[in-house]
Design a binder for this molecule. Structure first.
Ligand code: HEC
Length: 91
């Protein structure tokens, strides 16, 4: 009984937070660096790494909606990669 309730607690406390911890206090530039890393690691598996400035910010919304599930990104990673590619576009 004790062991079973311990497992339940573990699942409740760890499941939703596990992926958000690292960025809670991250600055914008840290977030962009994270987005860049995720982009470089996740987005070249099926095709060459796309050039962020080849597409408008609006296009990237649709592209990321299509590609984030392919790259198995969670919502936060999706947002980090989107913010990164759009930031490159503006430079
Ligand atoms: C599981 C394989 C896979 C992964 C991972 C993947 N892509 Fe793609 N990507 C594709 C395929 C297949 C196409 C071409 C067919 C299509 O448009 O669905 C494509 C097309 C694209 C295009 C061209 C779209 C256009 O309209 O010209 C861009 C840009 C792109 N991917 C960006 C990304 C980014 C950014 C990531 C990382 C978040 C990513 N892809 C990860 C498979 C993948």
């Amino acid at each position: 009984m004790v062991a079973a309730s311990g497992i339940t607690l573990f699942l409740i406390s760890c499941t939703p937070k596990a992926t958000t911890v690292t960025t809670v206090n991250a600055t914008t530039s840290e977030k962009l660096a994270q987005g860049k890393t995720i982009f470089e690691n996740s987005c070249k598996r099926c095709h060459d790494l796309p050039n962020p400035s080849d597409h408008s910010a609006q296009d990237w919304v649709g592209i990321m909606n299509a590609m984030a599930p392919k790259a198995k990104l969670n919502d936060e990673q999706h947002q980090l990669v989107y913010d990164f590619v759009v930031s490159v576009k503006k430079q």
